[in-house]
Design a protein around this ligand. Structure first.
Ligand code: SAM
Length: 280
């Protein structure tokens, strides 16, 4: 899929990708929400809102006086988000999902410069010009409004004992981001992006996640990782970055075996940085 702002979206929007996103949402939403510290009545812009689970969770925190606008490029994702919103029990004014590009969010007159919080998660790693997106977020925030960026730094993933062949494939996966003109390490640039976009950085952290054998989340997390790599396999092969058979073996045999080991562990972390729009 080609993005309007250039590059390719490494994950695609097929069903297995949507199931993967839902799992990641379950794992990460509570922790992200704790960091986001939404207040009653907040008006929030969620850029690259995907399946909308996080937007819905934010809207619950913002309450009936709050409002969330989710902007997402894929109409397929928006349809799923709207379906989830319809059964969420939230009121019709609490969320508005809009199809649009992160670099030109479809805001109505008066909306730009009005948001209490502008948020994005796992989007900046998929755009060729993350600074352009963060600039639009700063524009969209009200004076003293908060801009919260959360994204990946793919060097933070660790598996132990390291499954055979994993490092090579993970490096290839990281290289695919670069070939798509995206930054696989954008997580470490979040504070810098806030500064370059005119916000005052105020906070920087990692949202950590770890699991191990004997933990309920361990197998789903490893399977999710295999799913991420399998989803990218056609592109990785087409780019000549992996050998197809070795890739299938890693995803179909080595990683599932790793998931069953009694001594295995996995860690990853999502970078999260916050800034404030100067009052001027
Ligand atoms: C990995 S998902 C993250 C979704 C959501 N933010 C979350 O944390 O669950 C990235 C989303 O960004 C969307 N996306 C990618 N490039 C975009 C762009 N240029 N403008 C708007 N959305 C974009 C994708 O379609 C996808 O739904």
């Amino acid at each position: 899929m080609t993005t309007p702002s250039g590059g390719e979206y490494v994950h695609g929007t097929h069903r297995s990708e949507q199931e993967r996103l839902s799992l990641m949402n379950k794992i990460l939403n509570e922790r992200t929400l704790a960091e986001l510290a939404i207040r009653e009545g907040d008006h929030v812009l969620d850029i690259g809102s995907g399946l909308g689970q996080m937007s819905i969770a934010i809207a619950r925190r913002a309450g009936t006086g709050g409002r969330v606008i989710g902007v997402e490029r894929s109409s397929e994702q928006i349809e799923k988000a709207v379906a989830a919103f319809r059964v969420s029990g939230l009121g019709p004014r609490q969320i508005d999902f809009r199809v649009g590009d992160a670099t030109e969010p479809p805001l109505l007159p008066g909306e730009s410069g009005s948001f209490d919080v502008c948020f994005t998660r796992f989007l900046l790693e998929h755009v060729p010009d993350p600074l352009a997106v963060v600039r639009r977020m700063v524009q969209a925030a009200k004076p003293n409004g908060r801009i919260v960026l959360a994204d990946d730094d793919h060097e933070l993933l660790k598996l132990h004992p390291e499954p055979s062949g994993f490092t090579e494939v993970w490096r290839a996966y990281i290289e695919l981001y670069r070939r798509n003109r995206n930054d696989p390490m954008v997580g470490r640039r979040l504070v810098q992006l806030l500064h370059q976009a005119g916000a005052t950085p105020t906070r920087n952290t990692w949202v950590w996640f770890g699991a191990c054998s004997g933990n309920d989340m361990f197998e789903p997390v490893v399977n999710n990782l295999a799913g991420v790599l399998q989803g990218a396999a056609p592109r990785l092969e087409a780019e000549g970055l992996v050998d197809g058979e070795a890739m299938q073996y890693l995803c179909g045999v080595t990683l599932p075996e790793f998931a069953q080991r009694p001594d295995a562990a996995v860690w990853f972390a999502m970078s999260l940085s916050e800034g404030v729009k100067p009052a001027q």
